[in-house]
Design a protein around this ligand. Structure first.
Ligand code: ZN
Length: 348
């Protein structure tokens, strides 16, 4: 009897210490200027060319719930069940940027640093004077060198102030800089170099996604940011079908990152998925900016061990993009010193 008890005791300690606890992983994914209207309502019939039967068949359904699930199946069947999503204005949940500018750099600055800054008033290649949450996480001893950012937009190194922050960043047309490349990384670099960059400094999302996924597998970062950008480009061009397809791919990319991270650290992965600004309504869907009504409205989705499975939020107070920075830090069990509290936690 006594011997059994001590064997059980040994077994208990082996389970606790032998299998070393996997590190937590925080994933932050953004898709530029993806509207809350599509996220919550799916494809909008009035914006689809009436002769485009293929798009209608692929994306139109009888209810908003079915349309949005056709567009973003991972968001609606996994994140919105296991986690939470804010921003459905029709259900009394508003999510907004507070920078007043409603365009990209001010939006990225707001959610990455935790506050709007009136000095950020252009999309220029200007090093950001503000500390961002990724840089701050990278300064914490157990995260040092284990934070990475992949972005389609060539402004990302400025937004994250690479020179000051020293963060690992691959953005725009840059190749993956690792000294030893896997065959897959080398192929990503070759394809990126040899594919036209249709928007000058904003290559297709697939390159950044594949590079981020391979980095996750190889280097097991503890915080990984993937900045995607196609939806904004297609929307400015008025190509609604392409905008929808880019949204659908984004959902697939988020699923792949999530599932890969779960294989590395089962049960210890957190995800925050959002955008840098909204866009106008109706015919103004292509545009955003200070003068566009409603372009301040965004959406914020999240899941992970610290996120209660409350699903699609309704009748809740406003949440803001400024809160994203502290929320991401909290997912890493860190308390980021920004005035905007983490989402789901009261003011401090
Ligand atoms: Zn943008």
């Amino acid at each position: 009897m006594k011997r059994t008890a001590s064997l059980l005791l040994i077994a208990f300690f082996c389970a606790a210490c032998g299998a070393s606890r996997q590190d937590s992983i925080v994933l932050l994914v953004t898709q530029d200027g993806l509207r809350w209207q599509e996220v919550f309502g799916g494809a909008q019939e009035t914006l689809i060319d009436s002769k485009d039967g293929q798009t209608r068949q692929e994306f139109l359904r009888d209810t908003a719930e079915a349309r949005r699930e056709a567009l973003m199946p991972f968001l609606w069947t996994v994140i919105a069940r296991q986690g939470q999503i804010y921003g459905n204005r029709e259900k009394g949940s508003a999510a907004q940027v507070t920078n007043g500018k409603k365009f990209s750099y001010p939006g990225y600055n707001e959610f990455l640093t935790g506050a709007p800054d009136p000095r950020i008033d252009s999309n220029g290649k200007i090093p950001n004077p503000n500390t961002n949450v990724l840089e701050w996480i990278n300064r914490q001893p157990s995260f040092k060198g284990r934070v990475a950012a992949f972005g389609t937009w060539d402004r990302l190194p400025y937004i994250l102030n690479r020179e000051r922050s020293g963060l690992y960043i691959v953005a725009g047309e840059e190749p993956i800089p690792d000294s030893i490349l896997t065959e897959r990384q080398a192929a990503i670099n070759d394809l990126k170099r040899d594919t036209p960059d249709p928007w000058f400094g904003n290559p297709f999302d697939s390159f950044s996604f594949q590079a981020a996924l391979e980095h996750l597998r190889l280097h097991r970062p503890r915080a990984l940011y993937l900045m995607l950008g196609e939806t904004d480009e297609w929307a400015h061009e008025g190509k609604y079908r392409q905008y929808l397809l880019a949204t659908q791919r984004t959902d697939r990319f988020v699923r792949a990152l999530w599932e890969t991270a779960q294989q590395i650290s089962p049960g210890r992965v957190s995800l925050l998925f959002t955008t840098d600004h909204g866009r106008g309504d109706g015919p103004e869907w292509k545009d955003h900016g200070e003068k566009i009504d409603g372009a301040e409205n965004v959406w914020i989705a999240m899941m992970g061990p610290r996120v209660a499975p409350l699903g699609e939020r309704s009748s809740v107070p406003l949440v803001t993009s400024s809160q994203v920075a502290a929320t991401v830090a909290q997912f890493a069990d860190l308390s980021y010193p920004a005035p905007a509290a983490p989402i789901g936690v009261g003011p401090r």
